[in-house]
Design a protein around this ligand. Sequence first.
Ligand SMILES: [Zn+2]
Length: 235
Amino acid sequence: MPPLKIMVATIPYVEATFARFNDLCFEGRLKPLPVRLSRARSFLGKIEFKRKRQLFGSWKYSDFVLVVSSLLDLPETLIEDIILHEMIHYFILSQQLQDTSTHGVIFKRMMRDINARYNRNVTISHRFTEDENELDNRRRQHLLCVAKLSDGRAGIMLAAHTRVLQLWNDVKQIPSVESCRWFTTTDPFFNRYPRAVRAKVYLVDEYELEQHLNDARPLQKIGRKIYVQSPPVQN
Ligand SMILES: [Zn+2]
């Protein structure tokens, strides 16, 4: 598993990613457009444009700008999916296709097609927190903190991927937490726990927890990057 790269979008990065996905997913049909970064709290990405009402009631779209948030450290795959999401909007608008709504029939069809074909995870709303409590057996990547509490019991916290750097520090500040280990795991056992945006540990049965750590791989934080530790070398 490659390291989970956490980063902030930059203009050269957005431009390079746009060019790469334009060739890969849009047959190079998108014209380059101005890119801007934003630190607004209300969105992760958007296409700005002008529109004019035409003779028969449809809109004519022009003057496109791709705006990407540089507010948060995000996993690179999420930044890519945000850019792809906006590229679908840009494709629809610049081809002057009239969709049924902002994320209408055309948008959803293109999104599903790109996700399936290129193994992406573009969504309609980029959620900051994935608070999926339902029990399911899907394999999803979890960032798991296993805490040893001062009374000897075990606690866990699953970090929202967008908040892992902050939580890495914050969880140690919880008074009852004595020490922490971090892992990445896809064990569906952990699907039932909410993904934390604020540091909070849930008590777990230590025996049950151990059963589900067999495939977990330790994580290491160096500076502002998080790495998956390779298994120890057998000499
Ligand atoms: Zn959208």
